[in-house]
Design a protein around this ligand. Structure first.
Ligand SMILES: C[S@@+](CC[C@H](N)C(=O)[O-])C[C@H]1O[C@@H](n2cnc3c(N)ncnc32)[C@H](O)[C@@H]1O
Length: 367
């Protein structure tokens, strides 16, 4: 049994919820969409099955949960219409950790069903699948397509042997090589296990499409994946100096995340051996997703951007931070973080790097 030490995102629909602060993930889904659409078109270039089983891993709760699923179903329907085939029946599994706000998802199901009925979609059955994606989730060879966005950079647990990573919560320029190695090795173990588990569950020729945060260069302390966490550490140290947080608590805290580079991902896929890597792409997203070239009404305001970034980071890290530092530090921590991010963005617009991979399950060995 894998010990899960990774709490979920902020549930519910309140001001600090993931549902209200997931614009960046929404932007990532739309930027990854052309590659996902290509994968779907390729999947249906020659065969048109009557039933199709899809899983979304790390679905969270909020507007994004049904966004990808709706787009996938809509695209497959168009492809079936083009060749005059009877629409397939869909079984969709929404997976996340057991503590995820599945209640909110299930409450919005009637609206989703109404919408797809109105748009004359074929039969679609949604099921929740609580559990860690670092364990088996589905029956053997039962899933045709697995999607996951902004989830597999979360590790199964905080890496061990990080005692020397004092006054840091992730890798930084000053981290000793042993710290970088501990994070990398945890990712290698987790991602390899993830691929093995999914390889049991996906049918031969089935596809898997993953989008996650990575970095653009081999250096694990690259600013595109580390700067944001350095600012969060700085905010924590300010609280230490003000007597609101114990220094020892900062020393003992590390993020259960890893942001890999292209070669690290490719070599794990190659060595695990069950999947053919069809596509590897990457793109940048601003920390504040409203700061986008396509957003014509956007006017840069450092304080507003700092606050937006702080809200989005709070929505994904609050339960993890609160379980270590206590609830009382969350408001002051994110107030200071918002200011530090604003000051940083006024000087430099560092961006997140998103990695996109599309894979095909190789033929299973005959039993
Ligand atoms: C940033 S959210 C992404 C949610 C959604 N896919 C989106 O794009 O908006 C990451 C999700 O991954 C989930 N997650 C992290 N580790 C997980 C694990 N081991 N198994 C299942 N879900 C996990 C978290 O609970 C969280 O809901």
């Amino acid at each position: 049994m894998v010990v899960v030490s990774v709490p979920c995102m902020n549930g519910g629909r309140g001001e600090a919820s993931y549902a209200k602060n997931s614009d960046i993930q929404r932007t990532v889904i739309s930027k990854a969409w052309p590659f996902l659409e290509e994968t779907i078109k390729d999947m249906f270039s020659s065969s048109f099955p009557g039933c199709f089983n899809v899983a979304d891993l790390g679905c969270s709760s909020g507007p994004n949960t049904f966004l990808v699923i709706s787009k996938i179903i809509e695209t497959i329907h168009k492809l079936y219409h083009q060749v005059n085939k009877k629409l397939p029946e869909f079984q969709v599994f929404l997976n996340d950790l057991p503590g995820n706000d599945f209640n909110s998802i299930f409450e919005s199901l009637p609206d989703f069903y109404k919408r797809i009925k109105k748009d004359k979609f074929g039969p679609c059955f949604i099921a929740g699948m609580p559990g860690s994606f670092y364990e088996r989730l589905f029956q053997s060879r039962s899933i045709n397509f697995i999607h996951s966005s902004y989830s597999v950079h979360w590790l199964s647990k905080v890496p061990e042997n990080l005692e020397t990573n004092k006054r840091n919560i992730y890798i930084t320029k000053s981290s000793p090589p042993s710290v970088c190695q501990a994070f990398l090795e945890q990712f290698q173990r987790d991602f390899s296990a993830f691929l093995s588990l999914r390889s049991e569950e996906i049918v031969s020729g089935g596809r898997m499409f993953l989008t996650f945060i990575g970095r653009s260069i081999a250096d694990p302390s690259s600013k595109d994946c580390c700067r944001l966490w350095e600012l969060l550490t700085k905010a924590l140290i300010q609280l230490v100096n003000e007597g609101l947080v114990e220094e020892a608590d900062v020393d003992s805290f590390n993020l259960p995340c890893y942001f890999p580079c292209e070669e690290e991902v490719k070599s794990i896929v190659r060595e695990q051996g069950s999947f053919i890597l069809d596509t590897f792409e990457s793109f940048e997203v601003n920390w504040d997703p409203s700061d986008d070239v396509n957003n014509k009404s956007f006017v840069f305001n450092k304080d507003r951007c700092g606050q937006n970034v702080a809200n989005s980071i709070r929505a994904v890290t609050e339960p993890t931070l609160a379980s270590h530092f206590g609830n009382a530090v969350i408001d002051p921590l994110f107030a200071r973080f918002a200011t530090l991010v604003a000051e940083h963005l006024a000087v430099e617009k560092t961006k997140h790097i998103s990695l996109v991979i599309s894979m095909t399950r190789k033929q299973h060995a005959q039993p």
